[in-house]
Design a protein around this ligand. Structure first.
Ligand SMILES: NC(=O)c1ccc[n+]([C@@H]2O[C@H](COP(=O)([O-])OP(=O)(O)OC[C@H]3O[C@@H](n4cnc5c(N)ncnc54)[C@H](OP(=O)(O)O)[C@@H]3O)[C@@H](O)[C@H]2O)c1
Length: 290
């Protein structure tokens, strides 16, 4: 499934009927502080998006809940009409409240509204990929996703969605979704220091399904570990570079969507993800408490 048709590290991956670069871009950081309101630097945010596409990235991850609406509107302003090769993944299942919270919203009418809002703010007739986000800010929660997922399958049949995925889910929920309709990816929290999904990553890889780790750099709390710093120093790289390279080497079905509001960081991250880690480096990193 991987082909070297890009100069970006990691090559490409096939998501349903689309080929995307394994090095993607997570757009959440483009809206204001705590993912609320407009960015401090509107033109800078547009520049990061254009830089991402200019550097060959064909996978952008977003949600209409970012801002809310702000991130999607920035993507539209920067990139519409979208290049044929660009694949924009979005997610539904939560909205925003006035305090910046992320209340769940998964009734059929909530999901239909969120899909319509994403279509409107991105300015498309069909969404490339919609992830059903389950759980809450603390992580996945057990329980059936059937009603919500079946609602998205219905919207897919209406032609509003090309591909489906699930996010913030347990292994049981992944299996439940797959029993209802095909999914092309799972998007869960995963990084060097949070590896609860190790078995799931391998299981999905065997079935040709992508695993898209969110918070690859630790999210709002940057990854910190002595072993990570040691390996980074030895390689003359930053801890962030090593964390991305580790993910890239971890499994071919892992798609990176590191977030940044800085074009310089974006370029650093591309270089970092291409770092070659030796077996000894990986063994040392695998020893990090997770
Ligand atoms: N499904 C879900 O529930 C869910 C939840 C959270 C996130 N997501 C998705 O996952 C994507 C990635 O997550 P994330 O952006 O929250 O976390 P992340 O990628 O782990 O980390 C982003 C943070 O790292 C900083 N950073 C990035 N590159 C850097 C560099 N080279 N040097 C120094 N700092 C750097 C960014 O700050 P700067 O802006 O200063 O670079 C930002 O604060 C999001 O954009 C979003 O699309 C999904």
């Amino acid at each position: 499934m991987n082909t070297p048709s890009t100069t970006l590290p990691g090559g490409t991956w096939t998501l349903g009927d689309a080929v995307v670069t394994r090095f993607g871009y997570g757009a959440m950081q483009l809206s204001g502080p705590w993912v609320m309101g407009p960015p401090g630097d509107h033109d800078g945010a547009l520049a990061v998006l254009r830089e991402a596409v200019g550097l060959g990235i064909t996978h952008i991850d977003t949600s209409d809940a970012y801002g809310p609406r702000v991130t999607n509107e920035l993507i539209r302003e920067a990139l519409h009409p979208y290049p044929e090769s660009l694949f924009i993944a979005t997610k539904v299942g939560a909205t925003r409240d006035a305090q910046g919270g992320w209340p769940t919203a998964r009734r059929p009418e909530d999901l239909r509204r969120q899909v319509q809002e994403n279509l409107g703010s991105l300015g498309v007739e069909t969404l490339d990929l919609v992830n059903l986000r389950m759980g809450d800010a603390q992580g996945p929660r057990p329980g059936s996703l059937a009603e919500a997922f079946e609602t998205l399958v219905g919207l897919q049949h209406e032609g509003l969605i090309r591909h489906l995925g699930v996010s913030n889910v347990t292994g049981e929920q992944v299996a439940e979704a797959r029993g209802i309709a095909p999914i092309v990816c799972v998007q869960n929290m995963y990084n060097l220091a949070h590896r609860h999904d190790d078995d799931l990553v391998d299981h999905l890889a065997a079935d040709g399904i992508a695993y898209v780790p969110f918070f690859p750099l630790g999210g709002f709390t940057p990854l910190q570990s002595e072993a990570l710093s040691r390996v980074a120093t030895r390689l003359g790289a930053t801890p962030m570079a090593v964390a991305l390279a580790w993910l890239m080497q971890r499994s071919p079905n892992i798609l990176l969507i590191p977030g940044t509001s800085s074009a310089a960081h974006l370029r650093e991250n591309i270089t970092g993800a291409g770092l070659s880690l030796s077996g000894a480096d990986v063994a040392e990193l695998d020893g990090i408490d997770h």
